[in-house]
Design a protein around this ligand. Structure first.
Ligand code: PLP
Length: 216
């Protein structure tokens, strides 16, 4: 598939759900993709990209940012505390705030810099032991804590368990966001972004459907 096809499907899903055109932000997940593939998608006009590793993003985006204007980078993968400084310098949004200690570090950096990326709390909606994110029952407290630190927490993010119907997870995330007054909902990937849009997603993270299967 191509960027144009995915954009078309996204606009159709918005219309189907009675949502305003362009109300959902498409994040093109470029992790692990070759530079050629990423450049091709940049040349087609996409400017919002998702990466899951700080280091990988650091090695290639500064060059693309010289070549193309107005690129916006979103961190969607786990963030180690010792990479937090590099992350806040590079990314416009961080979707993977998943523990109080990381929030603390981000708050300190935000104060120092007088600026902070938009933040999403990652919620482990399936309570999977191996997966990052706060447990659903801890989400309200985490959001309150972050607000107490003056952090710009704008939304919630989830990655549903593989092989399960995503819809109940998206619904749970939407409820968490709603009861906490969060307007951002980062949910939906290549296989389920239309379902996510129907359930209120504001940001969908689509990788392989745009770029092709990840190599290696
Ligand atoms: C890789 C990744 C995606 C994109 O997955 P696709 O199935 O390739 O669309 C979305 N979100 C996160 C957090 C990811 O790590």
């Amino acid at each position: 598939m191509t960027l144009a096809t995915i954009t078309e499907r996204l606009r159709a899903a918005e219309a189907e759900a009675g949502r305003a055109p362009d109300s959902v932000t498409l994040i093109a997940v470029s992790k692990v993709q070759s530079e050629d593939r990423v450049r091709a998608v940049l040349q087609q006009g996409q400017r919002i990209f998702g990466e899951n590793r700080v280091q990988e993003a650091q090695t290639r985006w500064p060059e693309f940012q010289q070549e193309f204007e107005d690129i916006s980078l979103h961190l969607i993968g786990p963030l180690q505390t010792n990479k937090a400084r590099a992350a806040v310098e590079m990314f416009d949004a961080i979707h993977s705030v998943d523990r109080p200690r990381l929030a603390n570090t981000l708050a300190r950096l935000a104060q120092e810099r007088g600026a902070c990326p938009d933040l999403f709390v990652q919620v482990n909606t399936g309570a999977e032991p191996q997966k990052a994110g706060v447990l659903p029952e801890d989400a309200d407290a985490m959001i309150a804590q972050m607000r107490g630190m003056d952090l710009p927490v704008i939304g919630a993010m989830c990655i549903p368990p593989a092989g399960e119907d995503s819809a109940p997870h998206f619904q749970m995330l939407a409820q968490i966001a709603e009861r906490n007054g969060l307007t951002g909902l980062s949910m939906g990937m290549s296989d389920d972004f239309e379902t996510a849009v129907a359930l209120g997603a504001t940001h969908v993270r689509v990788g392989s459907a745009i770029f092709g299967a990840r190599e290696g």
